[in-house]
Design a binder for this molecule. Structure first.
Ligand code: NAP
Length: 354
């Protein structure tokens, strides 16, 4: 194995640490459902004649949907399951080490779908975006400048169609997506309240992200009563991240012609079967529009999103909090921590810092 001056050099063979899924998961995922292994070597060269890209992974994104991929079957899913004993995959930030693709050259920084390993051969580079703005932290491309940012932006602006003065509720509000939805809602002149699972997170929502108010849903015995306290006139827009009991309570509090953007339902990902929702007739009474969406439907509008969000970051008008786990070894624990709310802000795993 050869690395010159700590740099990955095209053509040499190196060991490749990986995080593999041991077996399919049922119920809540545990750290030992995954294993960090060093059993593969990789040649830092794309196969001759292929249009693949060989990357060195720098930052990996922990996302709730990854739990869904740990199940053997995914009914009606837009994803496919992970294969046991293989490295798990997800979004990440990486540097190109070798390329058989004219769109990418050695040294380019990219973000997109990659493996949970030190080096990945990306056979379908269509899933990679070139990073142009490097005056912001590179890890942001797992969060505010990657899929969570686009999810918050397109989910809020396109699906919710916000108007000034409307009342917005965001669940999992301090997370990768939620913290941005709240800030976008404030930019639009909305009244916004968030729910989160600890006092620290509630304090952040109020003091750092500028939410008008926030509450700890774990301390509320009656979610309907809590929502009535914060939204005496009702909710115009609900940005749904958690599902289950929260959704049921929200349905009792929607205003006429309110909108619910269904981004995800993290409270349900470990339950089989999922919980039922009982207050569905309120959709009819209130003529409420409920719409699910998937961020990858908006990937072709990435540059429009960047044009909006990058100046806001530079001018300090939008802030972003990350929770950084150092080293691939700490990846499994960081990933499972999403399901107990251990992360404060966007959960990132650092594989290497360039
Ligand atoms: P995140 O909020 O950074 O992390 C997950 C958070 O969910 C945890 O920190 C925890 O916060 C909360 N949580 C975990 N279990 C819960 C439970 N049983 N009940 C209530 N809250 C629970 O995650 P994210 O990346 O921003 O994702 C938020 C949602 O967006 C997820 O549903 C995800 O699947 C979805 N998403 C959808 C798309 C799309 O294209 N539609 C794209 C990205 C993400 P607390 O401490 O507050 O409980």
């Amino acid at each position: 194995m050869e690395k010159r001056g700590g740099e990955a050099v095209e053509g040499v063979t190196v060991s490749n640490k990986q995080v593999i899924l041991r077996e399919y998961v049922s119920g809540f995922p545990r750290e030992d459902d995954m294993e960090v292994v060093l059993r593969k070597e990789i040649k830092l060269e794309v196969p001759r004649g292929s249009s693949a890209v060989l990357v060195k992974n720098l930052y990996l994104s922990c996302d709730p949907y990854m739990r869904l991929l740990m199940s053997p079957t995914l009914p009606n899913s837009i994803f496919s399951s992970y294969a046991p004993c293989s490295p798990i995959t997800g979004y990440g930030v990486a540097k190109v080490v070798d390329s058989g693709n004219p769109e990418f050259k050695v040294g380019d920084l990219v973000w997109g779908t990659t493996g949970w390993e030190e080096y990945s051969l990306v056979t379908d580079p269509q899933g990679l975006f070139k990073i142009e703005h490097t005056d912001v932290p590179l890890s942001y491309y797992t969060g505010i400048l990657g899929t969570p940012g686009m999810t918050a932006y397109f989910g809020f602006y396109e699906v919710c169609s916000p108007k000034k003065g409307e009342c917005v509720f965001v669940s999992a509000a301090s997370g990768a997506v939620g913290q941005l939805v709240g800030q976008f809602a404030k930019l639009e002149g909305c009244y916004v309240v968030g729910s989160a699972g600890s006092k620290e997170k509630v304090d952040l929502l109020r003091s750092k992200f500028g939410f008008d108010d926030a509450f700890n849903y774990k301390e509320e015995r009656n979610l309907d009563a809590a929502l009535k306290r914060y939204f005496p006139q009702g909710i115009d827009i609900y940005f749904e991240n958690v599902g289950g009991k929260m959704l049921d309570a929200v349905l009792l509090n929607m205003r006429t012609r309110g909108r619910i953007a269904v981004c995800g339902m993290v409270s349900q990902y470990n339950l089989d079967p999922p919980e039922g929702v009982t207050n569905l007739m309120n959709i009819v009474y209130g003529r409420v529009r409920i719409e699910g969406f998937a961020v990858f439907d908006y990937f072709d509008q990435y540059s429009k999103f960047l044009d909006f969000v990058v100046p806001h970051i530079r001018e300090g008008k939008i802030v972003y909090i990350e929770d950084i786990a150092e080293g691939l070894e700490n990846g499994p624990s960081a990933l499972v921590g999403l399901f107990s709310g251990r992360n404060v802000g966007k959960q990132v795993v650092v594989v290497a810092r360039e």
